[in-house]
Each structure stands twice: as C-alpha cells, then as structure tokens.
Design a protein around this ligand. Structure first.
Ligand SMILES: *[C@@H]1O[C@H](CO)[C@@H](O)[C@H](O)[C@H]1NC(C)=O
Ligand SMILES: *[C@@H]1O[C@H](CO)[C@@H](O)[C@H](O)[C@H]1NC(C)=O
Ligand SMILES: *[C@@H]1O[C@H](CO)[C@@H](O)[C@H](O)[C@H]1NC(C)=O
Ligand SMILES: *[C@@H]1O[C@H](CO)[C@@H](O)[C@H](O)[C@H]1NC(C)=O
Ligand SMILES: *[C@@H]1O[C@H](CO)[C@@H](O)[C@H](O)[C@H]1NC(C)=O
Ligand SMILES: *[C@@H]1O[C@H](CO)[C@@H](O)[C@H](O)[C@H]1NC(C)=O
Ligand SMILES: *[C@@H]1O[C@H](CO)[C@@H](O)[C@H](O)[C@H]1NC(C)=O
Ligand SMILES: [Fe+2]
Length: 488
C-alpha cells in the first residue's frame, strides 16, 4: 500500500513537471493511431449494396421537417423511374390509422455526364411527439419499411441526446466512426452533422456516383433517426473546368431542410428547436458580411431564442472559428470577426464545427475587444462565450490532420489527431454531458469529456480541461493530406 502511494505520487510529479515544461495551453493528446489507407471503400463493398428489386428506393434519409419537430422530411432515390411518390406511415400507438402522405417533391439533376435518379422529398406533418412511427417507401415488390421516433415536445427541461459527426466521407475509417456512433452507450437520438458528406469532389470529375454510394452507406442510421444537415466545402461542387457553375447543386438536390420554417431564404442556413435545444445552422461558404441575407437572418434570429423555452443554444457551422491545427488555420477568421460578438452577447452554449480532420475543444474564450486601434487582439477567458468544438474527424479519404501549432495556445483545452465522434447529452436546463470518443481503431474510447453548464441558467465555470488527463506533447507525423478537391 505504502509503496503504491509513493510510486503513484512520483509518477504524478514527473507528469506535472513535463507538462509544465512543454505545455502552454491545455492538453495535446499523445495518442498515436494505427494507419489505415485513406481511400474510399470500393463500390462493391457491403455498405454500398443496392437494395434488391427493380427501381427499389435507396439512400433513404430523414430530417426534421418543421421548426419544432412535429414534421419529418423523408427523402429517397429511385434509380429507374419516379415510382410511387407517397410515404405510407403509421404510429406504433395506432396501427389502424395508416396514412399516405401526398406532399412530395420529385427532382433530379445533371452534373457533367451524370444524371441523378429520381430524388423524392416528402414532408409528413402533424406527428405526435415522442412517438415511434413506421414508414414505407416504394411500391409493389420493392416496398421498404423503416421507423423513426419523433422528438419530445419542446420544453426547458426535456432531456435529449445528440450525436456529433463531421467530415465523414466513405472510407473504412468512416465505417468505423459510424459503427461506433451506432454502438454509443448514451444511445443518441439524432445527429448534428457539421458538413462534408460524400467527398465525391475528391474523385475524378467529382464522380457523382460517390454521392449515391454515400447515401447508401449512411442509410443504416439516417433512415431511422434525424440527421441535421450543415453544408461544408465539399458540398460546393463548383467546377467550371467541366461546365459546373452552380454551387451546391448535388447537395441541395439531395438534402432538403426546413429552412422556410425559420424564415430563412436559403437551405444553407436555418434553425430548429428540438427538445430543450435551439439549433442554428450557418453556412461558412455563403456570404455573411453585413447587409447579406445570412447576416440579416442571424441578426434577427438570435434575439428570438427564448431560453425559458429552449435553454440550450447550439450553433453549427463547417469551418471552425478557433482552430490550433496547421490545417485550415484561420480560415474561420472572417466569420469569427462578424459573428463572435453576437455569440457572446446571446450566450451561445457551444459552437460545433468540422473541416479540420482532427478533434479540438476550447476553453470559454472570446476575442471581441479589438477595434483596429486598441491592439486588444488576444483571446481572453469569457464566461459568456461558447465552447468551440472541432469534430471534423469522421475519417474521410483526405486522412488525419496531425500537424498542430506549437505551443498549444491557451484557448485550446484539448486536441487530438484521431478519428471519432461525440455526444451532447442534455440532462435538464442546467447540465449537459459532453463526451468525445476516439475510434481507437478498435473500440470506441471516451477520450475527452466535460459537464457543460448552461450559459443562461447556470453560468458557473466548468471543470478545468474537463475530465481529460493532462499529458505531454508528442509529435505525430504520419499520412499526407490532400486538401484540394479534384478539378482538371
Ligand atoms: C463520364 O465520363 C467519364 C470520363 O470520360 C467516364 O469514365 C464515365 O463512364 C462517363 N459516365 C457516363 C455516365 O457517361
Ligand atoms: C462496415 O461496418 C459494418 C458494421 O460494423 C460491417 O458489417 C461491414 O462489414 C463494414 N464494411 C466495410 C466495407 O468495412
Ligand atoms: C416567421 O415570420 C413570420 C411573419 O413575420 C412570423 O409570424 C413567424 O413567427 C416567424 N417564424 C419564425 C420561426 O421565426
Ligand atoms: C418564453 O417561453 C416561456 C416558456 O415557454 C413562455 O412562458 C414565455 O411567454 C416566452 N416568452 C416570450 C417572450 O415569448
Ligand atoms: C477603441 O478601443 C479603445 C480602448 O478600448 C477606445 O479608447 C477607443 O475609443 C476605441 N475606438 C473606437 C473608434 O471605437
Ligand atoms: C506543419 O505545418 C507547418 C506550417 O504550415 C510547416 O511549416 C511544417 O513543415 C509542417 N510540418 C510537417 C511535419 O508537415
Ligand atoms: C440537472 O442535471 C444534473 C446532472 O444530472 C443534476 O446534477 C441536477 O441535480 C439536475 N437539476 C435538477 C434541477 O434536476
Ligand atoms: Fe471541410
């Protein structure tokens, strides 16, 4: 017993000593992951299998269909002909009342020499809260049945667990991330997906078949629970060299969101309420300076958030505003300058972004005092500021981002170059448990976590560096990265 105490306190002293020498900011994890080839899974992989039958609906996905969660948008693709437009659905509570929804949009598009299948978006309305519904798409021999659970009625103490995934792509690492997400013991109910979906644009001619394969890959989750969509740079698909001039063409045809219900004029930015959270989706690749539509919308949107109804204010975007990696360094700076003062003024709880293919969590800091002449340009601790989380570590074919700025800046609480996902588990109006799971190339391991204290109801300081263990810096040099999307 005595010797155990002695040796463990010795280890502790050494660790603290090394930490003090090397670390300016928070924790840089020394975790070194196994290297898998960063390539898309081949088209004949099991995860891309076509459903059987002529014109069988594929790429089934659902998302919230209105502002408060009483509607669901069901989307799917039929490859050969439009087929049935209708979704047949019924509540588990009432099997007899089966309904057919009529409210369907069918669309398709061409991209270079690719023509999409028939893309269906059907909005089902007036659903009961917190209720399991079964639904069927397709007709005849190719009816496919799925189910979802509607979110509980919006209210200040309604518990709800979100999953956080970004930059997923379609590699073996992506499949591990999705599998770990599905196995997460907190049983997350909906995904906040922070952009960069298929990475089709990293393939020659932006190979649009990769949009279809991605849709089939994630169906196993998104046909059963809502994924809340955010657009990233890999959704732009702007490629004048092959005559494609319309930004976001494939993404906007395939992923419908309820933007009109939050009075937005573009599907690239919008808001929803869900349980006790108010979620604002922003577009890093649309204009956001003063006088632009997105600026105007957000300016009017933030004061509408009623924290007595939805205590948790969550902002999603693709490009992080705080990022201490040497990838995409300061790319979020121009949006930060415009929007950060509002985030502090309105006490946003957390800002979640992707883009950098690694993980990072900041302290509560702001950098809003600067006015061109006063020189006050350093992030400072600020209890009204959000925590910024970068979760672009879904595992796409561009590989891991492992080159970090040194030393770790003060604002950075924890950073690690590993693939993974996280959960945001709201308990009530004051507390939410947040945990990031690294894939660990085997089993999901909880590597960073924090009890969030709500900025409106309980603005106390959170635990220093969460529950992460402080460790020494370890340089990880592996893998090269391709950050330019493909264009001839
Ligand atoms: C599109 O063009 C590429 C390159 O020329 C070719 O490999 C592919 O088969 C074409 N696809 C279609 C649908 O014609
Ligand atoms: C993807 O993961 C699932 C679930 O773990 C597994 O069944 C499947 O074989 C994997 N596919 C590939 C191509 O890795
Ligand atoms: C949208 O605008 C209309 C008209 O101004 C207003 O009644 C409605 O409450 C607004 N909806 C949201 C979600 O802000
Ligand atoms: C805010 O929400 C609470 C709880 O739902 C409600 O009682 C109150 O009237 C709302 N305030 C405003 C200004 O809408
Ligand atoms: C800039 O900030 C300094 C110090 O905070 C203040 O004295 C000065 O008036 C500000 N200038 C402008 C133009 O707001
Ligand atoms: C890391 O990034 C810095 C800054 O871009 C660069 O100078 C350095 O060579 C990079 N290191 C490695 C190992 O790639
Ligand atoms: C809110 O949840 C936290 C964490 O589970 C708990 O400690 C706290 O007592 C809860 N508050 C109320 C008012 O129930
Ligand atoms: Fe990105």
């Amino acid at each position: 017993m005595g010797s155990f105490v002695a040796s463990s306190s010795l280890t502790y002293c050494v660790a603290v000593l090394i930490f003090a020498v090397f670390c300016d900011g928070g924790t840089t994890s020394p975790f070194v992951r196994k290297i898998w080839p960063s390539v898309a899974m081949p088209f004949d992989s099991d995860v891309f299998a076509l459903p059987l039958g002529y014109n069988a609906p594929q790429q089934v996905h659902i998302t919230q269909g209105d502002h408060v969660g009483k509607a669901v948008i069901v989307s799917w693709v039929t490859p050969d002909e439009p087929g049935s437009n209708k979704v047949h659905y019924w509540s588990e509570k009432d099997h007899k009342k089966k309904k057919y929804s009529e409210d369907t949009v069918v669309t398709s598009y061409k991209y270079y020499n690719y023509t999409s299948g028939y893309i269906h978006h059907c909005t089902i309305k007036d659903l009961e809260p917190d209720t399991k519904y079964h639904y069927v798409v397709g007709s005849g021999h190719v009816r496919r049945q799925f189910w979802f659970v509607t979110p509980p009625e919006v209210g200040p103490d309604v518990p709800y667990t979100f999953g956080l995934i970004g930059d997923l792509g379609q590699t073996h690492d992506s499949n591990v991330t999705l599998t770990h997400y599905e196995q997460n013991p907190y049983n997350p109910k909906a995904v906040l997906y922070v952009g960069d979906l298929s990475y089709a644009d990293d393939h020659p001619l932006h190979n649009s078949l990769r949009w279809d394969s991605w849709g089939r890959f994630v169906e196993r989750s998104v046909a059963y629970q809502h994924w809340i969509w955010v657009s990233g740079n890999h959704e732009i698909d702007y490629c004048p060299e092959i005559g494609e001039y319309t930004p976001f063409k494939p993404y906007l045809h395939r992923y419908e969101v309820p933007y009109r219900e939050s009075n937005s004029t573009s599907p690239l930015w919008y808001s929803i309420k869900r349980a006790s959270a108010y979620i604002i989706v922003l577009s890093s690749y649309s204009a956001y300076a003063i006088y632009t539509p997105q600026y105007q919308w957000l300016k009017e949107e933030l004061p509408k958030v009623n924290r007595s109804e939805t205590p948790w204010l969550i902002v999603l975007m693709h490009t992080p505003m705080y990022n201490s990696y040497n990838y995409h360094y300061m790319e979020g700076e121009s949006m930060r300058v415009v929007f950060e003062p509002w985030f502090v003024e309105h006490k946003v709880d957390v800002v979640i972004a992707g883009h950098v293919h690694a993980y990072e969590r900041t302290e509560r800091i702001s950098n809003i005092a600067y006015n061109i002449t006063n020189g006050l340009a350093t992030p400072v601790r600020d209890p009204n500021a959000p925590v910024y989380i970068t979760i672009g570590d879904g595992g796409n074919l561009e590989g891991i981002a492992n080159n970090m700025t040194e030393p770790q800046p003060d604002y950075s609480a924890y950073r690690e170059a590993s693939f993974g996902h996280a959960i945001f588990d709201i308990k009530n109006r004051t507390h939410a448990y947040y945990a990031w799971n690294r894939n660990d190339d085997g089993t999901a391991a909880e590597a960073d976590s924090l009890w969030f204290h709500n900025r409106y109801w309980y603005p106390d300081e959170e635990g220093e560096n969460g529950n992460s263990r402080k460790r020494t810096i370890n340089k990880m040099d592996q893998n090269c990265l391709i950050f330019q999307s493909w264009c001839p």
